[in-house]
Each structure stands twice: as C-alpha cells, then as structure tokens.
Design a protein. Structure first.
Ligand SMILES: Nc1nc2c(ncn2[C@@H]2O[C@H](COP(=O)(O)OP(=O)(O)OP(=O)(O)O)[C@@H](O)[C@H]2O)c(=O)[nH]1
Ligand SMILES: [Mg+2]
Length: 449
C-alpha cells in the first residue's frame, strides 16, 4: 500500500545520508520534500503539518548536528514521529470483560464489516482459542444476514440463527442472551452500513451499544477510500466512542493516507488490517513495523537506535577534547573497543549497515574482527593504569609481562602498540578535519582509514 510514499521518502533520505554535515537548510529542504510526499499519499493536511513541525523541531536540535551520522539521525526522528502518528503502542483487541465480551463492527457501506466480522472471529479462535458467536444486525440489506451465515458455515464459526422481522435491538439482545447461555467467550455484532453517517444510523448504533455494552467498538474503514474513510471515522467517533479501527483492503493500491491520518484524526488506534478477501487475510497492526516498512530502512533505524543508546554524548565529547590535546591513551582505546562490542561486535555493526560488503572487505584487510578485538582488549587490561595513561612507558620487559598477562605473544602486543601509534597519528590528522568529524566517525571511521 505504501509503495509510492516509500520510494519517494527513500529518495529524500538517500540524498540526506550522503551528506556528512547537515545544515538547517538541508533539513528544511528535505522536510519540504517529505511534506509533499505525504500530501501526495493523501494524508490529511493538519496531520502533515503537525508531523513536519514536530520533526523540524527535533531535527534542527544540537543532538542531530553532533550525532554519529546526522542524516541517519534525521531518519530516526522521522521514524519515531511516523510511529507516533500511527499510534506508538501496538493496540491489541481488548477482551477484558466478563464473558461474553461484545465486539461491535460499524462503518460505511461496503467497507468490509461483514467480512471483517468473520475474520476477527477466526483470528480470535486461532490465536486465543476464543469461541465467538457472530450475529448480523443488518436488517436493511436483504441478503446481509445470510451473507454472514454463509461465512460462518465456511469457516466453522457459529452465527446466531436468523429470525425474520426482528429489529437490530432485538437481535442484539438475543445474541447476548444466547452467548451467555451457551458459553461463548465473544459476541461479534455486524451492523448495517450506510452511505453517510446519519442520525438514524447513529440512533440505531447507540441503542445496540446500550444493550450489548461492547468492550470494543471497531470502525471498519476501507483504505482505498482515503480521506473519506478518515472523515467518516471522525464523524462517527464524535457520536459514539469507538475503541479501534479495522483498516481493510490494504492489499489494494491505496496510497496510505487513511492509514496515516486516521489515528491522529480520531485518537483511536488502528488495531487490525484487512489484507485480502479470504478469512485469514487479517493482520495485527504494528505501528513501528509499518513505519519502518514505509521508510524502507528498518535495520538502519535500529542501528541508530542502538548507537544512540550506547554512545553517550558526554563520553564522546570528553574523548574529542582529549584528542584535541593529543592525550588519547589506552584507556580511551579500551572504551572505544567496548563500544564496538556493545553494538554487537564488528559483525553486528556490519550486518546492519547497507552496502556493508565494501566495508567488510576493508575491515578484512585491516584484520579487524571480533577475535582480534577481544585479544586487544585483553592486552589493554593487562596494562597497569600508569601504562595505559602513558603509552611511552613500554619497554621490552613490560611488553613481555603484558603478553603473558593477556595470554598472547609479544608480537601481538607490539602490533597493538603500533596500531595505537598509527591511530594517534590518524587522530591528529582527523583533528584537523574538526572535532565533529571525530565524534561522528568514532572507531569504525578511524579503522576504515
Ligand atoms: N481485497 C480485499 N477485499 C476485501 C477486504 N475486506 C473486505 N473485502 C471485500 O469487500 C467487499 C465488501 O465486503 P463486506 O464485508 O460485505 O462489506 P460490508 O461493510 O459488510 O458491506 P455492507 O454490509 O453492504 O455495508 C467484499 O467483496 C469483500 O470480499 C480486504 O481486506 N481486502
Ligand atoms: Mg455487511
């Protein structure tokens, strides 16, 4: 569903990622393109405005400018906002009522209420072993009750026997009584659809609502109808508190605007997605997964998340100050090694980076792998604090002692010392490139040289 939006956004971010340093103008220009992409995807204008404002505020901040990679940081901010827009927490169906728990399905004509009724019943049976009774309250469309019955027979889910000429209220009452008597866990009420939200429909829905006291009132919205679905959901929610949205036909080529706006407009979470005509074509809605699907770069996002957890800003600043004064020592080296380890070792970092093959090859040439890292760490740990602070102290006997302590050879110790010297030199060089460059690139940046 989000194909067009997704490719538009990946173009924008592709450009952003190529830049090492981001100015406020870069971010503003990128966000202008994001804004257009969202509007073209048919996202409601007020929703787009809030979204962009909120990203703009965060993305212009200090944190981004000084971060590991500003381009990716902006993507992370967009990802977080997008997840927020979709409703941060994944919202499960709530069945915490004394049984039978009633679920009421409402929505415009043809939105997929009847199909979704059967899908939800089947989902609850398969996932939670809940026994559902389905009842159609649609007394307007002649074949409507029969339609649900047929779906029930096909999927082996009970439906309330049809009694002609009953009103929706009578059917609702009978459904609850039958479910109570016969020990059903859940009653799912399929209601009649309308072309518009009108008073008659709302009165009928309210009456049924009073009788069944549903723990879930699900608004079924057709993703293909875009903003119409959003407006209807908003209007409906004003009259009768709904608890969630089922978004259907996301298997079609809807532009995604409905999915992206409905939560912001109604304050109600999307709980389920209809992904096809078949009974099992239903999915739980995961905001963060949809967000990464839209951005098409899930793993990069989780890498940035990991990095921002681990790389403490203060540490990075202290390190930068030390380098500036030419005071980088083995303590700092050890810290950098630990940081790499926290990120899941070299392999962990590599796996998450796009285009990592090239970097991997470079790393291979520099013989940086996890085993080497562990060995280097052991060597540093065998040094005395004084030695770590003053790398000039190492003479032959100290080197032998350290090698023995780390369970390795003097050659390895020599190699590390040489690497350290090279690194110090490189840092001085990078220092000329500016403090920010150092913070941004950290150890992997230095090793890649
Ligand atoms: N592709 C696709 N088709 C769906 C989906 N959900 C429902 N449909 C189809 O949409 C059509 C209408 O679905 P119904 O469940 O009858 O819709 P309704 O809201 O009950 O319609 P009324 O009772 O007339 O208001 C049917 O042909 C369904 O097969 C979906 O998620 N994907
Ligand atoms: Mg129907």
């Amino acid at each position: 569903m989000f194909d067009t939006l997704s490719s538009r956004l990946s173009d924008v971010f592709g450009k952003l990622k190529k830049r090492g340093v981001l100015s406020e103008e870069d971010v503003t220009a990128a966000l202008r393109e994001v804004r257009i992409a969202l509007l073209e995807a048919d996202v409601a204008l007020p929703v787009v405005k809030d979204f962009i404002n909120s990203i703009h505020e965060n993305a212009i901040g200090e944190e981004v400018i000084r971060s590991v990679s500003p381009g990716q940081m902006v993507i992370k901010i967009v990802n977080d906002e997008l997840t927020k827009m979709l409703g941060s927490d994944q919202a499960e169906l709530n069945l915490a009522a004394s049984p039978p728990a009633a679920i009421m399905m409402v929505g415009l004509q043809g939105s997929g209420k009847t199909t979704s009724t059967a899908k939800v019943a089947s989902y609850l049976r398969n996932q939670f072993r809940k026994k559902s009774l389905m009842a159609s309250l649609d007394v307007r469309r002649p074949a409507a009750q029969k339609q649900l019955e047929v779906l029930g027979v096909d999927a082996d889910i009970s439906t309330l026997p049809i009694i002609p000429f009953e009103t929706p209220e009578m059917i609702a009452k009978r459904a609850m009584e039958t479910a109570r008597k016969e020990g059903y866990d859940v009653v799912i009420l399929d209601t009649a659809g309308r072309l518009h939200i009108d008073d008659e429909l709302m009165d009928e829905a309210s009456a049924v609502h009073q009788i069944c006291k549903p723990i879930e009132t699900l608004f079924v919205a057709d993703a293909m109808t875009g903003q119409d679905a959003v407006n209807a959901a908003g209007a409906f929610n004003e009259k009768l508190a709904m608890t969630g949205v089922v978004l259907t036909r996301i298997d079609g080529d809807a532009r995604g605007g409905a999915a992206l706006s409905i939560r912001s407009v109604t304050g109600c979470p999307i709980k389920l997605l209809g992904t096809g005509e078949k009974i099992d074509a239903i999915e739980v809605f995961h905001p963060e997964r949809i967000a990464s699907r839209i951005l098409g770069m899930g793993d990069v996002v989780s890498l940035v998340e990991k990095a921002s957890e681990v790389v403490e800003e203060e540490e990075a600043e202290k390190l930068a100050a030390k380098i500036q004064k030419g005071q980088f020592d083995f303590e700092d080296f050890a810290k950098q090694l630990q940081q790499v380890r926290k990120l899941g070792g070299m392999g962990g970092i590599m796996g998450m980076l796009p285009g990592s093959q090239k970097i991997k090859a470079q790393m291979g040439a520099a013989q940086v792998d996890d085993k080497a890292l562990a060995c280097q760490e052991a060597i540093i740990l065998s040094m005395t604090l004084k030695e770590r602070k003053n790398p000039k102290l190492f003479n032959g006997s100290r080197r032998r002692r350290i090698a023995a302590g780390a369970g390795t050879t003097v050659q390895e110790v020599n190699r590390l010392l040489k690497q350290f010297q090279q690194m110090s030199k490189m840092m001085k060089r990078m220092n000329k490139l500016g403090q920010k460059g150092m913070i941004r690139h950290g150890l992997p940046g230095m090793m890649g040289q």
